[in-house]
Design a protein around this ligand. Sequence first.
Ligand code: PRX
Length: 640
Amino acid sequence: MVDKITSLAEYFQKYQESVADPEGFWGKIAESHYWHKKWDRVVDWRFSGPGAPDVKWFVNGKLNITENIFERNMFMRKDQVALIWEPNDPCDPVVHITYGELFDRVKQFANALKNIGVEKGDRVAIYLPMVPELAVAMLACARIGAIHSIVFAGFSATALSDRIIDASAKVVITSDGAYRGAKSIDLKSIVDEAVEKCPSIQKTVVLKHTGDEIKFDAKRDVWWSDLIEGVSTENTATEMDAEDILFILYTSGSTGKPKGVVHTTAGYMVYAEYTFKNVFQYNEGDMYWCTADIGWVTGHSYIVYGPLLTGATSIMFEGIPTFPDAGRFWQTIDKYKVTHFYTAPTAIRALLAQGDKWVTKQDLSSLKVLGTVGEPINEEAWRWYHDLVGKGKCPIVDTWWQTETGGIMISPLAGLTPTKPSLATLPLPGIQPILVDPEGKELKGNGVEGILCIKYPWPGMLRTTYGDHPRCFQTYFSAFPNLYLTGDGAKRDEEGYYRIIGRIDDVINVSGHRIGTAEVEDAINQHPKVVESAVVGYPHEIKGVGIYAYVICDDLTDDEMNTIEDEIRATVTKFIGAIAKPDKIQIVHGLPKTRSGKIMRRILRKIGEGDATNLGDTSTLLDPGVVDEIIAGAKVEVKR
Ligand code: PRX
């Protein structure tokens, strides 16, 4: 089993070791995994030069990640609960799945996928609600070496088809429907619409979940239950190279369509397990609950892979924090005697706003560790989480990481690292952060603020962006030679602790969901009346960042003026999904552009923040008058 650090002094010692001898450090950790063949070299890497990045971990090692979840542990874990499924409606039956049962279901579904022609290296898109079959499907793909590409089931048909097309997925796995609080959503018709544009799709596997009526194409569609009927639960794992792709996960960037972040087998496995164990300080018998959706990286690494590799019991929650009421999280913690609870600052802020009574009503004395992820946590939310939810006795792990990093990078180790509100604190062993100025000059020492980069590879890092390696170099490795660019700004305080300030590019974290402003603009521009748009983030009390769209339209009649905002929101929902709907839409006659036609977003951001006192130099604008017009019509109060 992977070692767990047990004191702060040991953390500092391991950190030093990991920097002085990364190969020795990670090699020793990987020794505890189950390999068909061990590696020849721990790491081979290059962040620059022809074909860069070129990063390989555990070179020529052979393994299968599911053997490390199942076979490696089965003798001791067969009857231990691996997953607990808490349904959307708390009155519906809960599902407990042991490691032994999950193993059988994974092997059976792996065989079923093979039966419909899925082979090693094929891409399988998964568009499912938070049901146990989602974990079964992803692990079954991993078992046979198929590459899963999970798409969050809140994305629209267009967003789904873009992702299927980019990965040329052969099969898509979905359900008849999904519950979202009191509503049910017809997932199958979204998939039907998406696959019309996807010639690569040969089969759609449909799980019966809501029981709602759906259209069924007898040639293309197959029910999950029919697919596994009579299929054997005997299955030998496919041998994978350490660097074979495990999964693709699409994420937004500054420009263009979302890119498929590629994670490979061995490095991701080692990193997911190591970080889970050490950050959360998980012990045998603990009850772990991460509220994320498996459609995002947090769910991949810290609902499924990290916990299951560790042999933990992980709760999968289908519902939302406010259904049937705002006490749902706290009731669920009480119900299962949760010891480790991991959620997003947005959820904390939303529940804080509902008042303390929902929390104090429940017995939360089982809690030992609290975690946050996805966006900076403000001090008020941190204190409420710490003092009221954790009764002042649970350390908070504010975990900074990204889809691209595969696992947690900067975070306290629960109970070992002294915490400070809103600070992600210290890098994990093996992680070498560096702050640079815009010219790429290193900002040494403490008490500095700059652009956060990482200067040495780690096993869980992305290897490429699917189908477009130059884009990977361009996005992450071209700004500063030999550094991985995170896209975040950060401060290193006097003690060497990191505070993540937020994105420095045109990406925004809305309710902890990562959205590219360019993507939202592209979607808005699909509306026939829209001429041009510019989207920025603005401070939002609950969501952290809200979406503010400045939109130029063709001449609008009074009637059209009344409906345009709703129509724009509907357009964004259609092209991306409801998560990207603008909170504020301001119809404008012009945008602040330089003479070369570049939109000065800095000005729009400032106005969105409600502060026009210091707009900087606007003399280079083509038409400085538009700024006054925008301020006058702003959807927030603006200080001049
Ligand atoms: O801006 C940072 C923010 O979320 C971004 C990564 O988003 P995504 O790839 O969707 O992954 C989210 C879950 C790992 C980062 O570039 N972010 C993530 N965690 C934190 C954070 N910002 C501040 N504090 C955090 N703990």
